[in-house]
Design a protein around this ligand. Sequence first.
Ligand code: SF4
Length: 365
Amino acid sequence: MPAILTQPESMDTLEKHAQRPDSPVGIQGGQHAGSSDGPVSWSVDAVAGLFELPFADLMFRAQVAHRENHDPNAVQRSTLLSIKTGGCPEDCGYCPQAARHDTGVGNEPMLSVDAVVEAARSAKANGATRFCMGAAWRSPKQRDLEPVLAMVRQVRALGLETCATLGMLKPGQAGQLREAGLDYYNHNLDTAPEFYGDIVSTRTQDDRLDTLAQVRSAGMNVCCGGIVGMGETRRQRAGLIATLANLDPYPESVPINHLVRVPGTPLENEDALDPLEFVRTVAVARITMPRAMVRLSAGREEMSEAVQALCFLAGANSVFYGDRLLTTGNPDVERDHALFDRLGIHGLEPARSAAEADAVPAQAT
Ligand code: SF4
């Protein structure tokens, strides 16, 4: 795909500078496995090296990667709706929906298909191009999957891209979702492999990888990222990014979440993460997964607008947008519109990113 550059000459110069071996921004990271066109393999050391770069050099490299692959002033907007809230049997330390965490989140029934489709219609009217449906399940039962399939069909018929996050999938379920028209399945790796057991004990990261493999086999796009600020070390953040970047192919969507320290969860008293470390994580994700949509996800509400702007500069080009059944006058949406206006950012139309366009099977287009 040709680079999307608004100032080709100056960017050529920048890119040449970035390639110079003596340039601090030219530090080599990933190694091509096999031919120069093959997948790039990232060692944890190489990713950790990116985290260690001076901030300006890291941002520069991220900008080069971003501008080579994306419109630098476009941000894709996804709306997330919880279609089944609370009562989850899993024990993810960050999550207020785990039944065992005393967070005040109740075990609610699944929303009706009509309610979900109405929410999707409102989200579209407010400018969202993708609609993500989340359910607090360890794994969907077949009787629960049936209404979800109806939701996927009807949301897609509105002209929205569809995404779902339903927990671990059993054999055959990914295919059913794909048949219904699901474009993306979200399943995060959460954190580095060696830190995973400190955060979740009711499943392993290998279980997550199994579901991701089923999603790929069914021909769906993968949305997969992690959470930072859970007490992991910088090297463990590098380990998370290396694991994501070494998926073959790497995910089309990479949500980078900032821990929200919800009272009643085991991580409620976790030390706050340096905001610039969060920006660094976004930049490293952009460099190592240059064609992915890197999404600012959980925690954005608590971020200053200046930090959000730095994240966009670091290569974030997708956000979660609105957080409930949207109607006109939703203040969160209005605040986002104002911020995007101040930054000169425009919304990305449903036309998919380069990686996404390549990956979407014919049935989904
Ligand atoms: S599986 Fe999902 S809903 Fe359940 S506790 Fe973990 S993050 Fe929360």
